[in-house]
Design a binder for this molecule. Structure first.
Ligand SMILES: Cc1ncc(COP(=O)(O)O)c(C=O)c1O
Length: 392
């Protein structure tokens, strides 16, 4: 490999939410695998671009519109990688993906309306829908088949979309935390159902670039030319490990929808964010992303293999996309509280409770984010196995 993902680099004293933020409340030596935030060093080209901005020594107001390369880099990335032909006008920059989704929920529904989601799903969807926007999260729960694979319940989705109070379907594609990368056929069904019932379709594609080898990502923007109910959200944060730079882009092809949310977005990006986007999507980081994906594939395979050998009663599927694992500890026969206590307190490994993503059925599940140096993952898995040696 050209890039070194194995070296462990301390993130303490860097304002890191994952380390400095959590460190205030946790026992020293904790291993944080709870948040979708990589510990891998970001691509050298982006680091260089950050230095250039810093070296200029003036950090005044900036705007993505001030440099054509901003939109062109996004057009290149999604066109070349996924065949999604984006027009410059469709791009609405925003400081963070969630803030843009938040704005869309507020614009396209009213207080008390239903927003459909497919749990288990990224827990902050519920936080945004209910906490920030005072709408109702309506669960169209994923179906788990006999092989442990997750599917959308299209009959239920059709029924929920037919209810007049349910104004929005918020889809996670690829799906965090279960790691499904939706197929073209699945997305076509989603588009047809939402269109039929005149429901807004908000698609969060932030995890699109992180996938297992051989798995293709289908942007929802390539399954239809009718964008009259579709807004797409994503950003650099996950792919290039730049979450702290707050650089996201909503893609809204429909002029009318765009006019409605443009002013709701906090689109003023820092010069660091703009430079990072141009560099990330512009062509200098493609090889890094390929290698990062290979490394994550290795981490995922390691963790799954470890479970098979040492924790065979843990149910875990191989995600097609994202770097998250959705682990079900129900086979231990222990309560959710006891599973949590053993992992978080005894093993001092910090995952994320399944109830964050699936309040009704997630009690025995844990989400583990794996984008860390292999040695850290090895240590975490060994610590977890040690606190369950009594379970056969
Ligand atoms: C599905 C999904 N959407 C959005 C976000 C957060 O994006 P941002 O930090 O750009 O708001 C995350 C972070 O984990 C995520 O998993």
């Amino acid at each position: 490999m050209k890039y070194d993902f194995d070296t462990v680099r301390s993130r303490y004293n860097t304002f890191s939410m994952k380390y400095d933020g959590m460190g205030k409340r946790l026992k020293p030596g904790f291993i944080p695998l709870f948040v979708a935030d990589m510990d891998l060093k970001c691509p050298p080209a982006i680091i260089e671009a950050m230095h250039k901005v810093a070296d200029h020594e003036i950090y005044g107001y900036s705007g993505s519109f001030a440099d054509d390369r901003y939109n062109q880099s996004i057009i290149r990335w999604f066109g070349d990688k996924y065949g999604f032909k984006i027009e410059p006008d469709w791009i609405l920059p925003s400081a963070g993906t969630c803030s843009a989704i938040n704005a869309a929920i507020r614009e396209f529904s009213n207080v008390g309306d239903g927003v459909i989601i497919c749990r288990p799903v990224y827990g902050h969807f519920t936080g945004m829908i209910e906490g920030d926007c005072h709408r109702k999260a309506v669960d169209c729960h994923l179906i788990k088949d006999e092989n442990g694979n997750f599917h959308m319940d299209f009959d239920k989705l059709d029924k929920l979309c037919s209810e007049p109070n349910n104004r929005i379907f918020l889809l996670c594609s690829p799906h965090n935390p279960v790691g499904r990368v939706w197929t073209r056929e699945e997305l076509e069904k989603v588009v047809a159902i939402t269109k039929k019932h005149n429901v807004m379709l908000l698609v969060d594609e932030i995890h699109c670039d992180i996938r297992r080898a051989g798995i293709d990502f289908i942007p929802v923007g390539t399954v239809t030319n009718d964008y009259s109910n579709i807004c797409i959200f994503g950003g650099l944060g996950k792919t290039f490990n730049t979450a702290g730079l707050m650089c996201s882009n909503a893609i809204v092809p429909d002029e009318f929808l765009r006019a409605r949310i443009r002013n709701e977005l906090s689109g003023g990006l820092s010069p660091f964010a703009i430079a990072a986007c141009i560099t990330a999507y512009g062509g200098e980081c493609d090889e890094w992303v390929d290698e990062m994906n290979k490394y994550i594939d290795g981490n995922i395979d390691y963790a799954i293999d470890f479970c098979r050998k040492n924790l065979p009663w843990v149910e875990v599927g191989r995600p097609e996309g994202t770097y998250c694992l959705w682990l079900d500890f129900a086979g231990s026969g222990l309560s959710g509280e006891e599973i949590h206590r053993r992992i978080y307190e005894d093993a001092n490994v910090i995952l994320q409770d399944g109830t964050v993503h699936d309040p009704e059925f997630g009690a025995t599940c844990q989400r583990m984010c794996t984008p860390v140096a292999r040695s850290v993952l090895v240590e975490a898995m060994e610590r977890i196995a040690k606190v369950f040696t009594d379970i056969k």
